[in-house]
Each structure stands twice: as structure tokens, then as C-alpha cells.
Write a protein that binds this ligand. Structure first.
Ligand code: ZN
Ligand code: ZN
Ligand code: ZN
Ligand code: ZN
Length: 409
């Protein structure tokens, strides 16, 4: 027996990213990777191997795609919910979870309702501690018919629906467009001339909507945290606001078409129909689109994302994560050397998300910190201009020392 065989010569040190497990031959390449990856506790994560993914779509690929990791995909099949991809250690808890996670499709409102209904559901509830801390969310959806402007086809808002977090209808109306309708798109909208004859004028509708959304706050002087104003949830809500001729502050908007983890891996939006089927488990928009069903689905998606349990217990960590984000685009050699001397774990510790995670909506005490650094946004990329307008967040002493070890100039 050849007992003193030499070890294989191909063994080289690999530098492995603590979050996504990518490996690099050179440490400097790992540092460069960390500076653009924006890994954070908010990223979707494999329950088996703990790998961080950019989006839920890439996590699904990792677990069930053609190139899925074998071990993870086996664990997924036995221990994970196929909708939310959360991991459970026992069959009992998985079964119990699935009953909660799988929701029935909401009953459609139909097209036979009265032209305008203002339900006046009291959702201000300022005496309730939870509501006082976190703004209440409402979901909005419009149905659009076709019109024309300067010979070009345009969308006209013909129907609006607004619901609260508990899926109660707050406001529903048909809308009389300002210009003649050229195409009712009946197969999709179910709307006819008859629905719009006595409908509310567009101006009145947007006025009423803004009243509900601002909820007593002054439009011109909205407090940074939004005060009593409501979070507006929707899918591609920019389009709805456009046809309603309304503005609403970006920081109070939660758009399921723009929320990074729900987008395609190449950062293109998914349709609400796809998201509802994939993450809620039922079909919508198979015939006439129902604004109530769409509202409920978008609200359910928002709440699922808001209820994600990301480990933010270490407030310090979320603050430390700002360091990498605040790195200048070009590093001098000394700064680079300091980053290179850090372990992969330490590099991950100072890496920070570049979008606002919705889990922060349920964590008012952390929200302030997050918004100071991330600026406004509906889950999309961070606007630097906005975050620069806000003062530096005070750092706890132990982090200060960590960060003074790395002096960014
Ligand atoms: Zn990575
Ligand atoms: Zn989060
Ligand atoms: Zn895995
Ligand atoms: Zn689930």
C-alpha cells in the first residue's frame, strides 16, 4: 500500500461568500462581489443550506429548478411549504402551516353592484397601539377602458376599488371618464355604457381617494413617517395613480410589481396573476377582471411579505450594515486592504440591503433607522439623493470601533 502518497496539488484556498456561497480564487474578487451584492438578512434564504438568493424566483430555482441542489430539493419536498417556501421541522407544523398558507380565492364583487359605495369603515383607530405605531395599509385597484387623446389610444379609469387590511371594502365606484370611451374592453372589464352613465366624475373620485389615504394628515406637510396617512398597496400602482391623476408619496407606496424579492431574477416585474398563483395558490383574472379580487390578492401578498420573520434583533447589525453601502465607488489601496483583511463573515456583517424590506413596516422601532438610510421607495432601488438629505444615524460604541478600524475617507 502506498501510504505516503502526496496530497492532491489542486487544493487551493477559496474565498467563499458567506451569503450566496459563490467562491473566488482571490480575496479581492470576494470584496468586489460583496460591494455590489447588497446581501442582507432580508434576502430570501434556503431553509436547508441557508444560501441567500436575490429573489424568491431564484430561491425556487435553487429548490425545484432543473439545476436544483439535490440535498436542498429533497429537504424542500419533505419540510417546506410550496407556496412561501418556509421550512418546518415537523410534519405536524408543516401541515398546520399549509392550512393557513393556502387561501381560497376571494369572492368577486361582480359587475352588478351599485354605482358608488362608500363604506366608511373606521380604520383610523388611533387609540389602538399597533395602528398608532404602524400606518394602516389599504389596497387599490382600477379597471381601465380605452379612450383616445390626440389620436393616440390611452387608458381611462372606469372603476376603482379600495380595501383595508382585513379585506373589507372601503370604497368602490364606477368612474365617468373625462373623455369619450372608445373601447369598453368588455371581455376583461365587464363594463358597459350603462355602468358609467351615472358614475362619479374622475375628479370627485380622486378627491375621495386622497381623503381616505391621507386620513386627516395635511397633504403639503406630511410628516416623514406618514403620520396617520395610509400605506398604499397595489400592483404597478404608478399606472393606477396615473389614470386617476393622483400623486402619493413614494415612501407610503408598496408595489408588488416593484418589490425586489417578488420580481424576476433579471428584475422585471411578474404579473399579479402569476404572483397570486405562485405565492397564494389560487387563480385570478381568468375571465373578467374583478377589482376586489385583485385588491385582496395584492393585500395578501403585501401582508405575507410584511410578516416575514427576518432576524433584526441585533439592531446594531442593521446599523453596521450601512458601512458597506456608504463606501465610495472608488477605494484607495489602504481601504481596499482593510476590506481584504476582513473574514467573509465580517464582510457579510457590514453588507446592506439596497431596497427597503417590507418586514420593516411591522417594526416601527427599526423603521426610523431604515428610512434614514434607505430614503423613500416602494421596495425598489434606493434613492441616494433622499438618504443623503438625512442626518447620520448615531452608532453604538462597539460598532463605532468596528467601523473606525475601517476608515472610509
Ligand atoms: Zn454573495
Ligand atoms: Zn426584511
Ligand atoms: Zn439550499
Ligand atoms: Zn407557506
Amino acid at each position: 500500500m502506498d501510504s505516503d502518497a502526496e496530497p492532491p496539488k489542486t487544493l487551493t484556498t477559496r474565498h467563499k461568500c458567506s451569503a450566496c456561497f459563490k467562491q473566488y480564487k482571490k480575496k479581492e474578487h470576494l470584496v468586489s462581489h460583496m460591494r455590489v451584492s447588497h446581501h442582507s438578512v432580508h434576502q430570501p434564504k434556503c431553509g436547508a443550506c441557508q444560501k441567500h438568493c436575490k429573489t424568491f424566483e431564484s430561491l425556487r430555482e435553487h429548490l425545484t429548478g432543473p439545476l436544483a441542489k439535490e440535498n436542498c430539493s429533497r429537504i424542500f419536498a419533505d419540510h417546506c411549504c410550496s407556496l412561501c417556501m418556509n421550512f418546518f421541522d415537523s410534519q405536524a407544523s408543516l401541515t398546520e402551516h399549509k392550512e393557513m398558507c393556502t387561501l381560497p380565492a376571494p369572492a368577486p364583487l361582480g359587475t352588478l353592484v351599485t354605482p358608488c359605495t362608500d363604506y366608511e369603515v373606521d380604520i383610523s383607530a388611533s387609540d389602538n397601539e399597533y395602528y398608532a405605531r404602524s400606518p394602516k395599509a389599504v389596497a387599490l385597484d382600477c379597471e381601465m377602458v380605452g379612450g383616445e387623446s390626440n389620436g393616440m389610444p390611452i387608458d381611462l379609469c372606469a372603476r376603482v376599488c379600495l380595501i383595508d387590511e382585513d379585506e373589507n371594502l372601503i370604497f368602490h365606484t364606477y368612474v365617468r371618464p373625462e373623455v369619450p370611451v372608445t373601447n369598453y374592453r368588455y371581455e376583461i372589464t365587464g363594463i358597459t355604457e350603462h355602468h358609467l352613465r351615472d358614475a362619479l366624475p374622475l375628479e370627485e373620485v380622486s378627491e375621495r381617494l386622497l381623503q381616505i389615504l391621507y386620513n386627516g394628515e395635511s397633504i403639503g406637510r406630511l410628516r416623514w413617517d406618514g403620520g396617520n396617512a395610509r400605506l398604499l398597496v397595489g400592483h404597478d400602482i404608478v399606472h393606477d395613480l396615473f389614470v386617476l391623476k393622483m400623486n402619493y408619496p413614494d415612501r407610503l407606496v408598496r408595489d408588488t410589481a416593484k418589490y425586489r424579492p417578488l420580481m424576476k431574477t433579471n428584475l422585471v416585474s411578474h404579473s399579479l396573476k402569476y404572483l397570486t398563483q405562485t405565492y397564494l395558490g389560487y387563480e385570478i383574472q381568468s375571465g373578467v377582471h374583478d377589482p376586489f379580487v385583485d385588491c385582496v390578492s395584492v393585500m395578501r401578498l403585501y401582508k405575507r411579505m410584511r410578516d416575514q420573520n427576518h432576524h433584526l434583533e441585533e439592531l446594531g447589525k442593521s446599523i453596521a450594515q450601512n458601512a458597506l453601502n456608504s463606501l465610495p465607488t472608488s477605494l484607495n489601496s489602504l481601504e481596499f486592504e482593510k476590506l481584504e483583511s476582513m473574514t467573509p463573515d465580517e464582510l457579510f456583517q457590514i453588507s446592506k440591503s439596497d431596497y427597503k424590506c417590507w418586514c420593516l413596516d411591522s417594526r416601527a422601532e427599526l423603521k426610523a433607522d431604515d428610512e434614514l438610510h434607505l430614503g423613500e421607495g416602494s421596495g425598489g432601488p434606493v434613492s441616494n439623493q433622499e438618504s443623503q438629505a438625512w442626518p447620520e444615524w448615531p452608532q453604538p460604541p462597539e460598532l463605532k470601533s468596528l467601523m473606525t478600524n475601517i476608515t472610509w475617507s
